[in-house]
Design a protein. Structure first.
Length: 735
C-alpha cells in the first residue's frame, strides 16, 4: 500500500474552513449554559511584597455578587509545579495561596456575580494593604545581576555548546566582527483571550479552555484540587491563536473550578487583555554578543555567542539561544555562553521561535556585517559555511536542505541584481531600496503520540490524536493523511482534537504537532487496511473500507496505535498519561534533525520620514514532506508577517519606576496590519525526511519566523548605511 510520504498532496481548503466562516467553530468563551455565572479578577498594584490586610466588604455589597475568594477563603490549592520542573503550570507561583506578591498584576481576589458587569465593578472594590519590598524589573537596571546558566540547577539539561578554542581563533583572525544585539520583551496577543468555563456535573468537572495542552490542564487541576484526573474532562477543540502563551496550565483556571464547585453552577472567567500581560508568559528581554571570524574565502574560523535573558526570581526559564548559532553553520571553533537575569516579574516562557528568533537575528546580522568586511555577498558566505554533519555532536543530519533553501530563494527573489553598496539602489519616488538576506533553523522535535482511526460502513471516518487546533491546520493535516491512505473524501472525515476524552492530549508546541501525530495517524490507517484485508471480503484498493465492512456485516472498525519518538522507551507513555511533555530531539541516538528557512527581503525607506516599508519577501523552507500545502503556505506567510512585526513594530514597554508593563493593549502594542504587508512569496523544498519518521514530516510553524528580522535589518542597512542592532527598528533609529 502506498504510504503518505510516497504520495503527492494538492491544495485543498481547510477542513474546518466552512465552520469557521459560519461561526460554527465554538471557542471556550462561546459556551453558554443555564445559570452561568461570571467572574473577574482583582490584581495587585505592587511588584513585590506581602498583603497585610484585604477588605472585600464593598465588593460583596455589589448587587448580583455571589462569591468573593481571596487567599484567606479560597481553601487549599496544591501547587501544580513549573512546566520546566516536571509540573504543568507556566510558573511555580500559584496566586492566592499565600499573602506573598511575586509580580505586579498578580491576582489577589476572584469575584463571581450574576453578570459580567457586576463582577468587574466589584473586583475594583477589593482593597488591600501591602508591605512593599524592593524590586528589579528590567535587565538594564544596576541591581539586575546576571548568573551563568552553567552554575544553576538546570546546567546539566542545557549545557553551553563548545568545541575547539574559539577565543584564540577569533583573536588570531584578521576578518572579524564583534557586536551586541538586543531583542525586547514581547507578548503573544492572540485574538482569543485567556478564558475558562468550569462546570461540575455528578462530581465530574468539565473545563472548556482554549489551550495547547488540554492534558496538562487536566493533570494540573487534578493535583491542585486533590481529585482523580478521571473526574476531569478538558475540552479545547479550537484555540484562537496561542503561539506559546497557552502551552501550560494558567494561574486563573483553578479559581473558576473552585468557584463553580462552591456555587454549584457554571462559572465563566475571561481574562482581559491588559491583565493577560501581567498574568501569562511572554518573550523575555535578551541581549547577545556575537564574535564571528572568517578566512579570506569566507569560511568561519571562530564564533563566540554570549547571550543573556531575563527569568523570574522563582523559576529558571532556560536560555538556549546559542544552540541556534551552533547548529546553523559550520565553524572551526565555537563557544556559547548563556546567562540568566532573575527579575521580579512572572516567569517568561515560550513565544514563537522562542530562542531561535532572537538568536537568528543576532547571527544573521553578524554574518551580514562580516560579509561587508570581506567584500563578499552574504549569500555566498552562508553557502560557504554549509555542513554535512552536526558540528557539536558529530552526528549526521537526518536531512538538511539549507543550501537548497538559499539557492531557490535567491533565484526567486532575483538576488543576482543586487548592488552591494549601501544606498546604491533607489526607487523612482526617491525611496531608498534595500535587499537583505538571512537564514534560520528550528530543532526537529518529536513526541510520543496516540492516534485512533475509525471507519464506518456508511463511508465515513473518524480520527483522533493528541494535538490541538490553534489555527495552524492540525485538523486539515490529519484529515489529509486519512484521505490519502484510505481514499475517503475529507468531507466524510471527522477530526477530534483537543479533547481529553478522545485520546491523551499532549502539549502542542515546538513545531512537533505534525511530526508527532501525522506518522501515528498514518500508522493507524495502515493498521486499518491490514485488518480490513484480513476480513476476506476483498482488499482495500479494489474495494472501499465501507464496502468491506458491509460485506462482513460490521458497522465499523476502530484501530488505536501508540508511536514514540526515535530513542524513546515504552515508559514514555506513562509520562504522557501524567500530562507532562515528553519530547525527543533534535539530537537522536543516530542523527540530528532541524528544519531550515531562508528569507530574502526588500525594504523601501522613505527619504524624509525614514518610514520603512516591506513590499516584497521571498521565503523558502525545508520542513520535510509538506502534508497540507494550503495550511503550510499559511504557516510560512504567518511566520514572515510575525517577523516583520518583530523587526519593525513589536515591543512591550516595562515601567522602570513601578514595574509592570505599560502598553497592555493592541492599540499601543503595535503589530502589523494589512497595509504593512506586501507580497510574500513562499515555497518549500518538499523533500521527505524519512529518517526522522516514515511520513517524512518535520516542523514548520516556528522555523518560518527564524531569520526574518535579521533579513529586514540587513535590508535596512543596505538601503541606508545605518546598522541597527536592536529590535524593533524605528524611525528615530534612521534619522
Amino acid at each position: 500500500m502506498t504510504t503518505v510520504s510516497e504520495k503527492s498532496f494538492s491544495n485543498k481548503p481547510r477542513i474546518d474552513a466552512a465552520d469557521k466562516v459560519r461561526g460554527l467553530a465554538l471557542f471556550a468563551a462561546d459556551y453558554v449554559s443555564d445559570r452561568m455565572a461570571h467572574a473577574a479578577l482583582a490584581r495587585s498594584p505592587i511588584v513585590k511584597g506581602t498583603i497585610t490586610s484585604i477588605d472585600t466588604k464593598a465588593a460583596e455589597g455589589v448587587k448580583g455578587v455571589l462569591l468573593v475568594l481571596t487567599h484567606e477563603t479560597v481553601g487549599k490549592i496544591e501547587p501544580p509545579g513549573y512546566l520546566f520542573a516536571g509540573g504543568t503550570m507556566y510558573q511555580s507561583v500559584q496566586p492566592m495561596t499565600s499573602p506573598q506578591i511575586a509580580h505586579r498584576g498578580q491576582p489577589i481576589a476572584l469575584v463571581v456575580a450574576e453578570t459580567l458587569e457586576a463582577a468587574i465593578e466589584a473586583s475594583h472594590l477589593v482593597k488591600a494593604t501591602y508591605d512593599v519590598a524592593a524590586a528589579v524589573t528590567t535587565i538594564d537596571e544596576k541591581d539586575a545581576k546576571p548568573v551563568d546558566q552553567s552554575a544553576t540547577a538546570i546546567a546539566a539539561y542545557f549545557p553551553d555548546p563548545a568545541w575547539g578554542d574559539a577565543e584564540a581563533a577569533f583573536n588570531a583572525s584578521k576578518n572579524k566582527v564583534d557586536a551586541e544585539y538586543f531583542s525586547p520583551v514581547q507578548h503573544h496577543n492572540p485574538i482569543e483571550l485567556l478564558s475558562t468555563v468550569a462546570e461540575w456535573k455528578d462530581d465530574v468537572l468539565t473545563i472548556r479552555e482554549g489551550s495547547q495542552n488540554a492534558g496538562g490542564i487536566r493533570i494540573g487541576i487534578a493535583k491542585q484540587l486533590g481529585i482523580d484526573p478521571g473526574k476531569i474532562r478538558v475540552v479545547s477543540p479550537f484555540a484562537g491563536g496561542a503561539f506559546g502563551q497557552k502551552n501550560a496550565l494558567q494561574a486563573h483556571t483553578v479559581f473558576a473550578a473552585i468557584a463553580a464547585r462552591t456555587l454549584g453552577r457554571p462559572v465563566k472567567l475571561v481574562v482581559p487583555r491588559a491583565q493577560i500581560f501581567h498574568d501569562a508568559s511572554f518573550r523575555p528581554a535578551n541581549r547577545h554578543r556575537i564574535k564571528l571570524a572568517a578566512n579570506e574565502k569566507g569560511h568561519f574560523t571562530a564564533a563566540v555567542h554570549e547571550a543573556e535573558a531575563q527569568t523570574s526570581r522563582h523559576d529558571l526559564m532556560p536560555a538556549v539561544f546559542t544552540d541556534t548559532t551552533a547548529h546553523l553553520y559550520r565553524y572551526d571553533n565555537y563557544r556559547g555562553v548563556e546567562r540568566l537575569v532573575p527579575l521580579d516579574t512572572q516567569t517568561p516562557g515560550f513565544m514563537r521561535a522562542p530562542w531561535e528568533h532572537p538568536g537568528s537575528f543576532a547571527l544573521g546580522c553578524a554574518l551580514d556585517e562580516l560579509a561587508y568586511k570581506l567584500a563578499m555577498d552574504p549569500v555566498h558566505v552562508a553557502l560557504a559555511n554549509d555542513t554535512d554533519k552536526d558540528m557539536l555532536s558529530g552526528l549526521p543530519h537526518s536531512s538538511r536542505y539549507l543550501s537548497e533553501c538559499i539557492k531557490q530563494g535567491a533565484e526567486r527573489f532575483g538576488w543576482s541584481r543586487r548592488r552591494a553598496r549601501p544606498g546604491s539602489m533607489k526607487a523612482k519616488d526617491g525611496s531608498l531600496i534595500g535587499w537583505g538576506f538571512a537564514a534560520g533553523l528550528y530543532p526537529g522535535y518529536s513526541i510520543p503520540a496516540v492516534a485512533t482511526v475509525k471507519v464506518t460502513d456508511d463511508g465515513h471516518a473518524e480520527v483522533s490524536s493528541g494535538v490541538h487546533e490553534m489555527g495552524q491546520g492540525a485538523r486539515s493535516a490529519l484529515a489529509s493523511v486519512v484521505e490519502r491512505v484510505l481514499d475517503i473524501p475529507q468531507d466524510r472525515i471527522r477530526v477530534i482534537v483537543g479533547e481529553t476524552d478522545a485520546t491523551p492530549q499532549l502539549l502542542t508546541a515546538g513545531s512537533w504537532g505534525a511530526a508527532g501525530t501525522v506518522p501515528a495517524v498514518e500508522e493507524a490507517c495502515m493498521a486499518v487496511i491490514q485488518q480490513l484485508n484480513a476480513m476476506g471480503q476483498g482488499s482495500v484498493g479494489d474495494r472501499t473500507p465501507a464496502d468491506i465492512l458491509k460485506a462482513k456485516g460490521q458497522r465499523d472498525l476502530s484501530v488505536r496505535v501508540r508511536r514514540k519518538a526515535p530513542g524513546q522507551k515504552d515508559e514514555i507513555f506513562d509520562t504522557v498519561e501524567q500530562g507532562i511533555f515528553a519530547y525527543a530531539g533534535p539530537k537522536y541516538p543516530e542523527f540530528v534533525t532541524y528544519s531550515y528557512a531562508a528569507h530574502f527581503v526588500e525594504v523601501r525607506v522613505e527619504p524624509n520620514t525614514r518610514r520603512v516599508r516591506v513590499p516584497r519577501v521571498v521565503s523558502v523552507a525545508d520542513c520535510g514532506r509538506v502534508i497540507s500545502p494550503t495550511t503550510a503556505q499559511s504557516q510560512l506567510r504567518g511566520g514572515v508577517i510575525w517577523g516583520i512585526g518583530a523587526a519593525l513594530r513589536e515591543a512591550t514597554e516595562t515601567d522602570p519606576r513601578y514595574g509592570g508593563f505599560l502598553n497592555t493593549d493592541i492599540a499601543e502594542y503595535v503589530v502589523p496590519v494589512n497595509a504593512d504587508i506586501g507580497d510574500i512569496d513562499v515555497s518549500f523544498v518538499d523533500e521527505p525526511d524519512t529518517t526522522l519518521n516514515p511520513s517524512g514530516v518535520k516542523g514548520l510553524g516556528e522555523v518560518s519566523m527564524t531569520g526574518v528580522a535579521a533579513a529586514i535589518a540587513n535590508a535596512v542597512f543596505h538601503a541606508t548605511g545605518k546598522r541597527v542592532r536592536h529590535l524593533p527598528i524605528r524611525i528615530e533609529d534612521l534619522l
